[in-house]
Design a protein around this ligand. Structure first.
Ligand SMILES: NC(=O)c1ccc[n+]([C@@H]2O[C@H](COP(=O)([O-])OP(=O)(O)OC[C@H]3O[C@@H](n4cnc5c(N)ncnc54)[C@H](O)[C@@H]3O)[C@@H](O)[C@H]2O)c1
Length: 322
């Protein structure tokens, strides 16, 4: 089977593509390489702006996986216009091209950010989406646009991922568990902005397995699926990171608790993905920390700009490369 991963050179794609190759898929990637290229040589990497792609770019592929666009709130808030076109409109345009090219399935990398500030109940895919900030709205627009194209010959799956964390060949330290791990190692201190806020946390290996399950699902399956490893409060995440880093390093880690308001608070049910895709998370927050620490020698300077999407994005905009 031939797969095209658009935005596949990013954090999630750099972990996903090697696994897809291992499974015997032929994998091509289209990506602007904002954060470089850590992909295996077995994948064909095309350095191209997706806004410049057309139907021809999608010919010959069985499935397309969308991992592009702006991938966090700071980027979306910094340039809302680019955010709305990249996350809201671009996925619909690419799914439209893919469908015309005869692709059988489009998988959209969505986000649980669409839920907004909820009332501490477990949300499934039927629950109201209340986001009112650029990133969440744009991911919702992206989802709705691509799902509009679904029919009996074109399957569309949107994976609403929780906050992904863990080690990837293209590393990020601006994601909840990764940030806390970095602070614990570097400063011996974890700062919790608001301990009562809920977040679904997703180990990067569970994210990879969710994409695998979606690729392998019967072509009759389409729809939106929540994907998480576990739901935790930010305070719980802090405690787990502290405990695991102390265990791994033998050093004492202190905690600082703040009371800063957040505009996101949600916990999600992933039962639908279990039932329809056979998705089964295998990892905990402690596993994420173990995974991160196993690779600690490769990170070098934790403050390298490349680990922080917003820093790279601001530099690209200065050079007018956005
Ligand atoms: N990382 C998370 O915690 C998380 C959680 C939920 C959803 N998501 C979604 O999953 C997807 C992947 O996330 P990630 O963390 O790997 O993101 P990332 O920022 O690491 O990677 C995005 C990639 O897309 C490429 N790209 C962006 N715009 C492009 C364009 N116009 N043309 C070509 N390439 C372009 C960039 O070069 C980059 O390599 C994103 O759509 C994100 O919104 C991520």
């Amino acid at each position: 089977m031939k797969l095209l991963v658009v935005g596949g050179a990013g954090y999630v794609g750099s972990a996903l593509v090697p696994v897809l190759i291992e499974y015997g898929y032929v994998v091509d990637v289209i990506d602007l390489l904002w954060f470089g290229n850590e992909l295996p040589r077995e994948s064909r990497v095309i350095n191209k702006n997706l806004f410049h792609c057309g139907v021809k770019d999608f010919e010959g592929y069985d499935q397309v996986i969308f991992l592009a666009g702006l991938s966090n709130d700071p980027m979306a808030n910094f340039n809302p216009a680019v955010n709305f076109v990249s996350n809201g409109s671009l996925p619909s345009y690419l799914a439209y091209c893919a469908k015309l090219a005869g692709v059988k399935r489009f998988i959209y990398g969505s986000s649980c950010s669409v839920y907004g500030y909820t009332v501490n109940e477990l949300y499934d895919e039927e629950a109201p989406v209340t986001c009112s900030y650029p990133y969440g709205i744009s991911k919702l627009q992206g989802e709705r646009g691509v799902l509009q194209l679904q029919d009996k010959d074109f399957s569309v799956i949107a994976l609403r991922k929780g906050t992904v964390s863990g080690r990837s060949p293209r590393m990020r330290f601006d994601l909840i568990v990764n940030t806390m791990y970095k602070c614990a190692i570097k400063d011996k201190k974890i700062v919790i902005n608001n301990p009562s806020i809920w977040r679904p946390i997703l180990h990067i290996s569970d994210a990879v397995s969710a994409y695998l399950r979606a690729i392998q699902a019967d072509y009759g399956i389409s729809g939106v699926f929540n994907i998480a490893s576990d739901n935790c409060t930010v305070g719980q995440v802090g405690d787990l990171v502290k405990e695991e880093v102390e265990k791994q390093t033998g050093q004492k880690i202190s905690m600082k608790i703040k009371d800063i308001k957040d505009f996101r608070n949600y916990k999600v049910s992933y039962n639908k993905a279990k039932t329809f895709l056979g998705y089964e998370p295998q990892h905990t927050v402690s596993d994420i920390v173990t995974h991160l620490h196993q690779h600690h020698e490769e990170y070098g300077d934790f403050e390298d700009d490349n680990f922080y999407n917003i820093r790279v994005f601001k530099k690209l905009e200065l050079k007018e490369q956005i």
